[in-house]
Design a protein around this ligand. Structure first.
Ligand code: BGC
Length: 766
């Protein structure tokens, strides 16, 4: 981290105490005891209607205009607001609470701050590619700072849904296919966003989502069913939620899907037995958008009233964006279908988190004094560009670099081509919070910034993102996200080929529009759209060196592109400073170190393809091929690019694994070490990865499972020892009887720079 970045982050870290405004409730210590006493007392003073009001989370919009919200506030009919993101608007609503409502219970304000608030960082899949928890903490800290600076108290993040299906558009929002990496990233974000306490002026409370296992929807089709063994659920899908909660996340957003037949929103085992009783969660559960209504279509509630009964009794505290709780809870209480106790419990959880946010000490705790409100909400001075550029550079993954095509020289003529090369909106990715597209830097602009007068840049769009009218209409349904060129596709291609022919090298920026990797954006075909494939084929024919810069929110099938391109750089959606960061890597001002958090399949037919699959009875062995083994006869089993993979402008070697001891017992530990050497000519960093395999157990275990990673930076010729301590936690799993334990026996240790090429060691658990 350079000093300017360090200063920016330090500014965010200086956690000024909440400014004590005038609170109708006086001042109370932020302890659990004081909170419980305070909330118990407040509950005795509330009517049932006021309690029900606290359970309602409302979005200001066409269905709920400001005037309607004002009335709700006056009647005590709303507990929290989401999707309002300016201090002026938030302050106005909190003012109404203080002036108009009987009890003056402050609202809290929430938003989807998934990868930045105003400064947009790379999408979460890109953040996962950094394999660097310090970097994740910078994102968390800056995002929380900017969110709190906008008056927000809560974020619907982190999203830690493990997913092994790139057809699902929401893989863009999570940390990929791996349980350990997702857990570590989620934990780092919770810790950095909540800071010492969500009541701090520049912290926000997190709400981990989507509980549970949303990433495993069948066929990768959005909102679809999840059905899996309890072992897989608990070994692979649950740990990231648990890790985020152990880190103190105050909220949990409940998933829209069912798991093994029960919609999560209706699942009292999930929300009570597991979450509260076993895991000890004391925060708040929130339904996802419209999820309570959807219980009728799921087929587990007869009608709206029944849906409310089911959801509240299952353990949904707060209802997002529907009027059902306020409409039906009064009747359900009267009939006894919902008990007073159940209503009080749900209300208590809402009041508890408000207390934890410091709102009863100061309803304006995340607003500060009125005079401090920014005159210009979107002011450039409110952004943290240095941090965004630093994180974005680190998220880029170099997939191919034939004959050192990259880095490019800062001279001659460079053709920058492609439908995404100059797209500000796409650079930010989906869920870009309060980010302003105009403030983001495209690849074209980034390249121009890097070159100044040193080289000539020629630009041609070359193709539309897609020529499929149906897909264009889909992408433009809610925002004018994708523009279609007035020229014919052939005219665009001709211009691109001409531009390329007059240049020394082609940088083609291709991939997905951000809306293709979003909620409700599942695909059956994850190749580049035909228009872009045609563009690449035409550019290839020019014979010029071809660098493909990929922008996309999921693994794509890239077999053909891998053959066509001289260099391939995966950039995800890199955020506000994406273009500058990408130029840093293209011209070698920064040496790439990103690694893939998800396997890239060769074809959709391979899905799911993930590195940590279970052992089978007939594994395929490429050295001794045998028909009756687990394989496809028309394609290899391995993905095109494996989990953990990514190149650098330098090279590294990894020594054989050294074990500190041949065995350990359950109370002890062993340490696995390797020497990593920079064997190339440039300084560079790489993520060293530790995988374990339980060789023989009471049930089949994964062939490899990530259990550690460490980013190391080395000068040319420099070597360092990387050590990973291993204890019983790294070896334990949920067995066939659903007991969590480590089983004695042999373990393989694999250490490498990706999941496929590793050095091997072993030890025994006694
Ligand atoms: C999404 C959530 C999101 C919520 C509020 C829902 O459609 O599934 O992830 O937090 O909307 O924006």
């Amino acid at each position: 981290m350079n000093w300017r970045l360090a200063a920016a982050v330090a500014a965010c870290l200086s956690l000024a105490p909440a400014l004590a405004g005038t609170s109708p409730f006086g001042q109370h210590p932020l302890t659990v005891q004081a909170r419980d006493a305070f909330v118990s007392d407040l509950l005795t003073r509330m009517t049932n209607d006021e309690k029900i009001g606290q359970l309602r989370l409302i979005s200001v919009g066409p269905d709920n205009p400001k005037s309607a919200i004002r009335d709700m506030i006056k009647q005590g009919q709303v507990g929290a607001i989401f999707n309002t993101v300016t201090r002026q608007d938030i302050r106005a609503m909190q003012d109404q609470v203080m002036a108009l409502s009987r009890l003056k219970i402050p609202l809290f304000f929430a938003y989807d701050v998934v990868h930045g608030q105003r400064t947009i960082f790379p999408i979460s899949l890109g953040l996962a590619s950094t394999f660097n928890l310090d970097t994740a903490s910078i994102v968390g800290r800056v995002s929380a700072y900017e969110a709190a600076d906008d008056g927000l108290n809560m974020t619907w993040a982190p999203m830690v849904d493990v997913s092994r299906d790139p057809r699902w558009g929401r893989v863009s929002e999570g940390f990929g296919e791996d349980t350990f990496l997702s857990s570590a990233m989620g934990q780092a974000l919770v810790t950095s966003m909540q800071g010492k306490s969500p009541a701090e002026r520049y912290s926000v409370m997190t709400s981990v989502k989507h509980f549970a296992a949303y990433g495993a929807v069948e066929g990768g089709r959005e909102y679809n069913t999840v059905d899996m063994s309890p072992q897989r659920l608990f070994n692979d899908y649950m740990p990231p939620y648990k890790a985020a909660l152990d880190a103190g996340s105050g909220g949990v957003m409940v998933a829209l899907n069912s798991v093994n037949g029960t919609p999560s929103t209706a699942d009292s085992w999930l929300l009570k037995d597991l979450l509260r009783d076993q895991w000890g969660f004391t925060g708040i559960t929130i339904s996802d958008h419209g999820a309570i209504k959807e219980l009728i279509k799921h087929g587990v509630a007869r009608d709206p009233e029944d849906a409310v009964r089911v959801a509240l009794n299952a353990g949904i505290n707060m209802s997002m964006s529907d009027e059902y709780y306020s409409k039906y809870l009064p009747g359900l209480l009267k009939s006894g279908a919902v008990s007073q106790q159940a209503l009080d419990d749900a209300t208590r959880h809402v009041l508890n988190v408000k207390y934890d946010m410091g709102l009863f000490n100061d309803p304006y705790s995340h607003l500060g004094p009125r005079e401090s409100d920014p005159a210009e909400t979107n002011a450039e001075s409110r952004l943290h560009r240095e941090a965004a550029r630093q994180v974005a550079r680190e998220s880029l993954v170099l997939l191919k670099n034939r004959l050192n095509t990259l880095p490019l020289k800062k001279s001659g003529t460079i053709a920058v081509i492609g439908p995404l090369a100059d797209s500000k909106r796409d650079m930010m990715g989906s869920w870009s919070a309060a980010g302003v597209a105009e403030q983001s830097v495209t690849v074209l602009q980034g390249i121009k910034n890097a070159l100044g007068e040193q080289a000539t840049v020629r630009y041609a769009r070359g193709a539309n993102v897609t020529d499929d009218q149906g897909i264009v209409a889909f992408l433009n349904q809610y925002e004018p996200a994708v523009t279609i060129d007035k020229r014919t596709p052939q005219a665009m291609l001709d211009e691109a080929v001409k531009t390329a022919s007059q240049s020394d090298v082609i940088v083609a920026v291709v991939g997905e529009a951000q809306g293709m990797a979003h909620e409700a954006s599942s695909r059956t075909d994850i190749s580049l759209p035909a228009s872009q494939q045609a563009l690449i084929a035409a550019l290839k024919k020019t014979g010029k060196p071809l660098v493909l810069v990929l922008m996309n929110g999921r693994p794509l099938t890239l077999v053909k592109e891998d053959q066509q391109a001289d260099a391939l750089l995966e950039t995800w959606f890199a955020g506000t400073e994406g273009g500058n960061a990408i130029a840093d890597v293209l011209f070698g001002d920064y040496n790439p170190s990103g690694k893939l958090p998800m396997s890239f399949p060769r074809s959709v037919g391979q899905i799911p393809v993930y590195y940590s699959h279970l052992s089978t009875g007939r594994p395929y062995n490429a050295d001794k091929p045998n028909k009756y083994t687990s394989r496809y006869f028309d394609q290899v089993n391995a993905p095109l690019y494996p989990f953990g993979y990514g190149l650098s402008y330098t090279t590294f070697s990894v020594s054989p694994v050294r074990m500190s001891a041949p065995s350990m017992d359950k109370q002890g530990s062993v340490t696995a070490s390797v020497t990593v050497t920079n064997t190339g000519k440039r300084e560079g960093a790489t993520a060293v990865q530790l995988y374990l395999q339980d060789v023989t157990a009471s049930m089949s275990r994964p062939v490899k499972m990530l259990r550690g990673f460490k980013k190391v930076a080395l000068k040319p010729g420099e070597a360092t020892t990387v050590s990973f301590p291993i204890d019983v936690n790294a070896l334990s799993f949920w067995n066939a009887r659903m007991q969590h334990a480590a089983e004695p026996g042999a373990f393989n240790v694999y250490i490498g720079l990706d999941s496929a090429r590793v050095q091997q060691g072993e030890f025994t658990l006694k």
